[in-house]
Design a protein around this ligand. Structure first.
Ligand code: PMP
Length: 366
């Protein structure tokens, strides 16, 4: 990805001069374990419902800006009302709208790195001060005491649970503490929440904490990463604030129709999520077993990916891509993640191939 030209650097807003276009470093591969998508794909009966919904959707009319039909389905799903739901063009748009409405110059966002890079990117684009409360360098556990202290002066605190790319969760008691300490908003990003164990969602806290915002997406468990649809659950006045800053028609009719069909068929995804969770545990044990003879470390995860540390991670990642056509994500140049790769849990066959390839390459490298 190119850096901005000198001309454009002079023309853009000062806080944007150091920015580069977001680059997931994608390369077409036989097995893509790089973006935390659901490799099992839509179950055929759900795909049929989505196709029927798309066929029945006219494209000559603008979408309902607030996606009210989808909002109502999401509201009954989560036991809240329509006024508590904000639908967006992927979770990413919801993050941008949240930071746009509630961040900005003179305000502080508390971030908990290593975490999803988009938070710091959007915050800096919008001129928001970012205060880092780093995770434990060994376990990656967030520091609830420091977060609660930092939250006292924050406009927004972001708590990602399960966290990307470390896979750990922040327990709801810790989230509640931060909500109590924070005069601004607390975002619990639960993009990977479906893959976590029971009782780990912060959603039940919404009723008692009107500064809590919970993010969900159709991109991960629900196989719609390509359709782009996500949503926030929040107090009605927070939803109104987001509605005031959003791009009017950001969620197209096709995305709304697909997400509505999937939301109605949500029960069909439970077996997929169970399979991914059990494959995740199998992968964890197998990589740990490799670690007895080879230099590889893996962290437990409540998400649909695992973080591993190997010597020469960038090289290992390139060899997986070039020699085996297996794509994983390289985090080795991110602060706190030296020599780390993030591997999405794939199908059983994909995971077997990954394990075989990783073992062979690590043997050759050591
Ligand atoms: N939150 C986290 C923690 C993520 O990892 C992602 C996707 N990588 C998102 C939000 C946004 O996902 P999407 O825009 O596909 O909904």
């Amino acid at each position: 990805v190119a850096e901005l030209s000198e001309r454009v650097r002079a023309l853009v807003q000062p806080q944007m001069r150091g920015l580069e276009p977001y680059d997931p470093d994608f390369a077409p591969c036989r097995i893509n374990l790089s973006a935390n998508e659901n490799d099992l794909g839509l179950p055929a009966p759900v795909r049929a419902r989505v196709d029927a919904a798309l066929r029945a959707t006219p494209t000559n009319r603008y979408p309902d800006p607030m996606a009210n039909e989808l909002r109502d389905e999401i509201a009954s799903w989560h036991g809240v009302s329509r006024a508590n739901v904000f639908v967006s063009d992927g979770g990413d748009e919801a993050l941008f709208d949240l930071f746009l409405a509630f961040g900005g110059p003179g305000r502080t966002l508390v971030n908990c790195p290593p975490t999803f890079s988009v938070y710091a990117l959007y915050a800096s684009m919008l001129g928001t001060t970012v205060l880092d409360v780093p995770r434990d360098p060994e376990t990656f556990a967030p520091n609830a005491d420091e977060l609660a202290a930092a939250a006292a002066d924050a406009a927004i605190v972001v708590l990602t649970s399960p966290n990307n790319p470390t896979g750990d969760v922040m327990d709801p008691a810790g989230v509640a503490r931060v909500c109590e300490a924070c005069p601004g908003l607390v975002l619990a990003d639960e993009a990977y929440g479906e893959f976590a164990g029971p009782g780990l969602s912060s959603e039940p806290l919404l009723a008692a904490h009107d500064n809590l915002v919970v993010l969900h997406t159709f991109s991960k468990a629900y196989c719609l990463a390509g359709a782009r649809c996500g949503y926030l659950l929040a107090a009605p006045d927070v939803v109104d604030g987001l509605a005031a800053v959003r791009q009017p028609y950001s969620v197209g009719v096709l995305a709304q129709a697909a997400a509505l069909a999937v939301a109605r068929e949500r029960a069909a995804f439970e077996p997929l999520v169970d399979e991914i969770r059990s494959e995740r545990e199998r992968l964890l044990l197998e990589i740990r077993a490799l670690g007895r003879a080879l230099p590889v470390r893996v962290w437990p995860s409540q998400a649909n990916f695992l973080l591993v540390r190997v010597p020469n991670a960038s090289r290992v990642r390139s060899r997986l891509r070039d020699e085996r056509s297996i794509l994983v994500r390289d985090f080795s140049s991110a602060p706190g993640l030296a020599d780390c790769l993030r591997i999405t849990v794939g199908t059983r066959e994909e995971n077997d191939e990954l394990l075989g390839a990783l073992e062979a390459i690590l043997k050759e490298e050591s």
